[in-house]
Design a protein around this ligand. Structure first.
Ligand code: GLA
Length: 406
């Protein structure tokens, strides 16, 4: 008996030692983080001026007022080697002559927050020094620079265990003592929605996005970024895992990066339906009026930022029209009819006859008992109530996005 108890104790110890000991700062992202990231437009061609100009424009363009807060530098901010004496990461002195602390101070002086990127592996995806084996040292450095957000990638990570690697960095950040949002970026490869809730505030749920609506992978060959619709399709089953302080991240925005305006609108609408982090990925210095109008639509953003933090579920998918529903905190609903086809499509939706229910959320629309007002988020007007059948046309690669107001 004694012997088997001892064996059980040893077995329990062994299990504990492989368990992920996560520790994150709580409450840093009760709604999905909003901001800007350099990668989608600039890749490694980044510098101090770009960050300052972006911060200035966040304030003057209305992006800050719309809720965009975090300015994040992605890959390419470091020198190719750590400091030979201290082992610290070094900000590239050509790109960032005043260093990262001064840049963080500048961004903070605008009432905004500042973020950086690194990788759980031995190198970043662009080949700069990774954090593996330097978690505590790097976390202390970020804290000393007053960084507010860390995106943590997954290149050069052969043989590493994802939950353990990310938990180690999360703990190092926590121990360094500065509240820093921890954004996991392992592309959904190890199903982070199953284990990252206590490790970070957001996790990438897919591979990289590109500024393309629908990608024909058969024709492309090789590595390629995902089209918006591939990512939309991958979100269908993930809504159960998101919520305040732990979000699915379908990748940064490509609004303003070359798709048609309806496609940009669809992309932004769906990210809001998904309660996704809204990290603009365009050149804010050259943004058109149309791009700004999409990125700052306050009704769409209110759906994204809804305090209940419920991610949309797909109600139907037929004849190129997908219909997604998102329950909101005050009993309202957001609805998005998305037209994937290359032609305009007519839709007819009888609210009272459709049975919109979600067992996981324990929510139902009950339009037979409640007449909701229909508010069109993009045309900014009321278009009737759920008492009547909705008949509408949705343009090709575009959406009809409504808020059902109780
Ligand atoms: C990976 C990430 C991207 C970006 C690049 C940088 O591909 O998924 O979002 O950070 O690395 O090299």
């Amino acid at each position: 008996m004694r012997y088997s108890l001892k064996k059980m104790f040893i077995a329990a110890l062994a299990i504990c030692s492989t368990t992920v000991h996560a520790q994150k700062f709580e409450g840093l992202a009760l709604t999905p983080p909003m901001g800007w990231n350099s990668w989608n437009t600039f890749q490694t061609n980044i510098n101090e001026e770009l960050v300052k100009q972006t911060a200035d424009l966040f304030v003057s363009s209305g992006m800050k007022d719309a809720g965009y807060t975090y300015i994040v530098l992605d890959d390419g901010w470091m020198t190719m080697q750590r400091d030979s004496v201290t082992g610290d990461l070094v900000a590239d002195p050509k790109k960032f002559p005043h260093g990262m602390k001064a840049l963080a101070d500048y961004v903070h002086s605008k009432g905004l927050k500042f973020g950086l990127y690194n990788c759980a592996g031995t190198k970043t995806c662009a080949g700069y020094p990774g954090t593996h084996g330097h978690e505590v040292q790097d976390a202390k450095l970020y804290a000393s620079w007053d960084i507010d957000y860390l995106k943590f990638d997954w290149c050069y990570a052969d043989g590493l265990n994802a939950p353990q690697s990310y938990a180690a960095m999360s703990k190092a950040l926590h121990d360094a003592g500065r509240p820093i949002i921890f954004s996991l970026c392992e592309w959904g490869s190890n199903k982070p929605w199953l284990w990252a809730k206590n490790i970070g505030q957001l996790w990438r749920s897919t591979g990289d996005i590109g500024a393309v609506f629908e990608r024909d992978t058969a024709k492309d060959g090789g590595w390629h970024p995902n089209g918006v619709m591939t990512i939309v399709d991958l979100q269908d089953t993930l809504y159960k895992y998101a919520g305040p302080d732990h979000w699915n991240d379908p990748d940064m925005l490509e609004v303003g990066n070359g798709m048609k305006i309806g496609e940009d609108r669809l992309h932004f609408s769906m990210w809001c339906m998904f309660a996704a982090p809204l990290m603009a990925g365009n050149d804010i210095r050259k943004m058109s009026k149309e791009t700004l109008a999409i990125l700052t639509n306050k009704d769409a953003i209110a759906i994204d930022q809804d305090a209940a933090g419920m991610q949309a579920f797909r109600y139907s998918n037929k004849d190129s029209i997908q219909t997604w529903f998102k329950p909101l905190q005050n009993g309202d609903w957001a609805v998005c009819f998305l037209n994937r086809s290359t032609k305009p499509q007519s839709i007819s939706f009888d609210w009272k006859k459709e049975n919109v229910q979600n067992e996981f959320y324990k929510k139902g629309l009950h339009a037979d008992a409640i007449a909701y007002k229909l508010y069109d988020v993009w045309n900014k007007k009321n278009i009737g109530t759920t008492a009547k059948v909705l008949n509408a046309t949705v343009a090709s690669h575009d959406v009809l996005m409504l808020r059902l107001v109780k």
